[in-house]
Unconditional design. Structure first.
Length: 495
């Protein structure tokens, strides 16, 4: 997890924007508000931009523009729509280095994490380029005497996407390439804490020749989201963020008759068996717990060491965490960036301090030695008991809580009992039997066997469960195509 490429502190112009505008019907227009939030670089605290908090009038303008554009866009032949995605893909690849730097600057993640995010985002565009195949229907000749049946897919209409701060580039890409290639028009409400990657994506889509109004951006926060969930011109809502807001969005948008997919927070368990292969497991779990400063919905948050792993694996793991270097992700040899805002840092440290008061044992103290500028929390490892608040709640920072179990059954029981989420989980082991038990009995939907960040590629669904997902169809993979298409059944008889 060390930044090995492109390590000069060159911040792209696209990360320094002044007051942001909404992107509606192919034009950059000022939001109808005087309320703006600062967007700082979380590693240096330098101001990058100010983001408007749009309201009902702005959402209404975007929804109407998207609806108008839908009339023509849904008539464009599917291979032509896919051709726009091919051109967009080229534009993204040409701007790759700039996009990585932009992502690092606005989010704080280190260069190599941003490079991974950009690569994973572009993979969804690769997938969307296959829309002529993905959107095909099915038919059955002679389903009855002289009667044929045909299933045909159509776009849903206007789709909205509401996204979190932690993957400003990739998470929007989970949504709009598939939505647009399937013939929908799209309104993105990016995180108000990391709105700059979205602005650049709109510019690149325009460069790819996408017709006006097919992709729109409304900046803002809760008010804009509430409007998107209730606006009559919006047919589908995709949300990614915390479980609390995911549930609000799911309920509100469903109440207004929209189809919804709402991905929530996470509390991911890692099980380390006594037969785990030491070195690669240590590296993988270090990346899982502290990569992206722990601000990943797939981050390992609780590590259960089984049997003798407590004596052999754990001390080596703590030593590895001691070697992690904090800093601005565009600087040389930096392993760990900041968390997104001062209040995130305060919240995370609050959990650690309350945990210690309640009897947790500090194995590595990340409160020490942080840079004086920026919102840094060092890698923190704390041994807790299963009843602790830190075992249940999503911390979303570089903090790993350690539990102990006697065997894989005990570790799986802890995984299920201590948390209400079901996003991801990993086991590190050489035993096929333990891995099989884990696969069958784990309460999470995305599982890693000797893989610490079990992120499905774009061709598969991002399969959270329990409080990590509200809805039926996941983002990406076939589920993503299903979500952004509606079916018609045609039954035909010729007299
Ligand atoms: P968040 O829930 O605070 O914000 C997400 C979006 O919701 C933002 O666009 C924000 O403007 C909007 N929002 C915030 N409060 C709102 C409210 N009261 N009403 C309506 N809209 C509101 O999440 P975040 O802090 O930006 O992102 C981190 C969270 O996202 C973590 O919980 C993380 O686990 C989760 N996440 C989940 C996945 C997944 O795939 N399940 C992926 C990435 C992030």
């Amino acid at each position: 997890m060390t930044a090995t490429l492109g390590t000069t502190r060159e911040i792209p112009a696209s990360a320094q924007r002044g007051d942001l505008k909404n992107y509606i019907g192919g034009e950059w227009v000022a939001a109808r508000t005087d309320q703006y939030l600062d967007v700082p670089n979380p590693a240096t605290e330098e101001l990058l931009a100010r983001v408007p908090l749009s309201g009902a009038a702005d959402v209404d303008a975007a929804a109407r523009a998207a609806r108008r554009a839908f009339e023509d866009w849904s008539e464009v032949p599917v291979p032509e729509r896919a051709a726009y995605m091919f051109r967009f893909r080229e534009a993204l690849l040409d701007s790759r280095e700039e996009l990585i730097r932009l992502c690092t600057t606005e989010n704080g993640k280190i260069y190599s994490d941003a490079a991974g995010e950009v690569r994973r985002g572009i993979e969804v565009v690769d997938f969307a380029c296959g829309m002529p195949t993905l959107m095909m229907g099915t038919n059955l000749d002679q389903i009855s005497r002289g009667i044929d049946s045909e299933l045909v897919r159509f776009p849903v209409g206007v789709a909205a996407g509401i996204t979190p701060f932690n993957f400003p580039f990739m998470v929007p890409l989970w949504m709009y390439p598939l939505a647009i290639a399937a013939g929908n028009t799209f309104i993105l409400k990016p995180s108000e804490r990391t709105p700059l990657s979205a602005v650049r994506m709109a510019e690149l889509l325009a460069e790819a020749g996408l017709p006006k109004g097919v992709f729109n951006i409304v900046h803002g926060a809760a008010e804009a989201v509430t409007e998107l969930c209730s606006h009559p011109e919006i047919d589908a809502v995709s949300f990614v963020g915390s479980a609390r807001v995911a549930k609000i969005v799911y309920e509100t948008a469903a109440r207004h008759g929209k189809r919804v997919q709402a991905l929530g927070g996470a509390k991911n368990h890692i099980i380390v068996m006594p037969d785990a292969v030491l070195e690669p497991s240590i590296e993988n779990i270090t990346e899982s717990a502290f990569g992206n400063a722990g601000q990943r919905c797939l981050a390992g948050s609780v590590m259960t060491v089984v049997g003798t792993a407590a004596d052999e694996f754990l001390p080596r793991f703590v030593e590895r965490a001691d070697r992690i270097k904090m800093g601005f992700g565009l600087d040389e040899d930096v392993d760990l960036g900041p968390v997104i805002r001062p209040d995130s840092k305060e919240r995370i440290l609050g959990y650690v301090e309350r945990g210690l008061t309640d009897g947790a044992r500090m194995l590595r103290d990340g409160r020490d030695g942080t840079p004086s500028t920026g919102y840094f929390v060092g890698p923190t490892i704390v041994e807790i008991d299963p009843q602790a608040e830190m075992a249940r709640d999503e911390l979303f920072g570089p903090v790993l809580s350690v539990l102990k179990a006697d065997d894989v059954d005990g570790a799986l029981d802890l995984m299920r009992a201590t948390n209400r989420y079901g996003n991801a989980g990993s086991i590190f082991t050489s035993s096929g039997k333990a891995a099989r038990e884990f696969k069958r009995r784990s309460s999470a939907g995305m599982l890693g066997v000797n893989v610490g960040v079990a992120a499905p590629m774009a061709f598969f669904p991002f399969s959270g469960r329990r409080n990590s997902f509200f809805g039926d169809l996941h983002v990406t993979g076939r589920d993503g195509v299903e979500f952004y298409t509606t079916k018609k059944m045609v039954t035909t008889r010729w007299f």
